[in-house]
Structure formats: C-alpha cells, structure tokens
Design a protein around this ligand. Sequence first.
Ligand SMILES: Nc1ncnc2c1ncn2[C@@H]1O[C@H](COP(=O)(O)OP(=O)(O)OP(=O)(O)O)[C@@H](O)[C@H]1O
Length: 280
Amino acid sequence: MAQASETGSAQVALRVENVDLTYPRQSSHTAVIALKGLNLDIEPGDFVVALGASGCGKTTLLNLMAGFMAPTAGQLTLGGRTIRGPGADRGVVFQKHALLPWLTVMENAEFGLKLRGVPKVERRRRAADNLALVGLEDFHNHMIYQLSGGMQQRVGIARALTCDPAMLLMDEPMAALDALTRETIQELLLKIWSVSNKMFFFITHSVEEALFLGSRLIVMSPRPGRITHSFDLDFNRRFLETGDSRAVKSDPDFIRMREQVLGIIYGDERAGAAEGVVHG
Ligand SMILES: Nc1ncnc2c1ncn2[C@@H]1O[C@H](COP(=O)(O)OP(=O)(O)OP(=O)(O)O)[C@@H](O)[C@H]1O
C-alpha cells in the first residue's frame, strides 16, 4: 500500500463545479432535480464524508464522481481532466453484491488489474499486498460465499485499492454489517487512509460513523440536493494517535458535534415528512 503510486495520485484533486443533475421525466413521474449548483473540492489526503436526509443526492453525487453518469450542467474534473466515465483512478466500494461470487478472493482482488491487462505475476503481487493490508492474507483461495459479510467488504476494499486509485468512493459500505464488524472496518479504513495520500469520499447514514471517519463532513439537503453545511473534523486523527475509538466517540467534543449534526438532519427529515415527500 505504501508503494509508489502509478497514477501519481499525490498530485490529483477532484473538483465539482456548479453541477446540476436532473433525472428526466419518466411516464407518470415528473423530472427530479437531484442536484443543483453543487460545488465541492477534494484534495489528496481528504476524507470527505457525506450525510443527509434520504433523497438529498448523495448517491447521485458519488455516481457522478465515479463517472457512471454525466452532469446535466457544470463539470467534474480529476487532476484537471473532465470525468467522462469510470476509470482506474477511482475505486468504488459498494454496500454489497459487488463481488463476483464465482471467483476466489484473490481473483476478485486482482480483477481490475486483469481487465487492464496487467501480467499475472504483477497483478497477483499487488492484489496480495492489498489483501494483506485488509487482513485477508490467509484467504486467497476462499470463495466469496465462504466469507462473512465483514470479510467480503474487506475484499471489496482490497479490490478497489489494487489499481492504486487516486480516489476511493464508498456508498454506505458498512450499512449491512453488525456494529462490532462495522467498528473494526472503520478503524481499518482510517489506517489505510493514514498511510496513503488518497482522497476518500464516503456516504453514510450514521452521524457517529461520519464524525469518526471524516476529515471533512458535508451535510446535504434535498429538494433540490445541495451542500448546506461543511465541517472540518479531527476525530479520525485523534483515533490514529490514541488507537482508542471508544474514548474518541465518548469525548464531549464528539457528542456535542453529533447532537449539532443530528439537529440539522432531523430538521430536513421532518421538513420532508411534512411535505409528504416519499423516497426510495
Ligand atoms: N434513476 C433515477 N431516476 C429518477 N430519479 C432518481 C433516480 N435515482 C435517484 N433519483 C431521485 O433523485 C433524488 C436523489 O437520489 P439519491 O439516491 O442520489 O439520494 P440519496 O441521498 O443517496 O438517498 P438515500 O440516502 O435514500 O440513498 C431522489 O429524489 C431520488 O428519488
């Protein structure tokens, strides 16, 4: 992981400039303005976490960064180049069901490199490095179905890291995990973050997770989706210094911040309910 970056990720920043995304009208459904006038800069070493009421456009924003779709207006650039589609410079970790169940752990981890035509010895070495980083060095030949949910998510993280992307994009990667496994993977992610200079963009519904992981928290609001608040955070650094996540999460600063952010999000949820907005 500490290997030199082939993408030159240390120099690359992501810029979201004046982005609108409107989903077009479909049969009986009206058009949805999912994002409006959105601006966001992410620099190498930033761990940006997005929180917000359901339907505020978090996944839409991630999909734009991943290049899975194009903005209706504005632009997204990575290292000064317009994002026009998916690329090896962005690794994506999904909530679940993104691994290939008929392949082994190693074959999943090396998959992106194989697609890019990297020779077998080289891709196995890089995949093995990243599997070791996530604690799966003894599971190369296991099938995906033989692993727990937490282990599967570790494979997903290793796979996303194996192409040495400048940016990791994660859409609620821990949502399906139990509390203990979730905490272990949070700590793992921070350790990976601390030894890389990559950009992390992470979506969650958990305020506690957002505060613990992020070096910056953006809070988004719906109708139309936009960023309403941005907070610089250092709880992740406090964890990396002490190794004591419980102490960080029970610190009065953490609790104060959690209540403030919960107040913002509940305000949006209540407003949505009062307007009779249905998401899903
Ligand atoms: N393919 C689509 N077609 C039409 N509307 C869509 C589509 N995908 C999302 N939307 C709408 O765009 C808005 C933003 O959706 P998005 O999934 O980005 O929000 P989100 O913040 O990720 O929500 P959640 O927290 O519930 O996952 C919502 O109103 C949603 O219903």
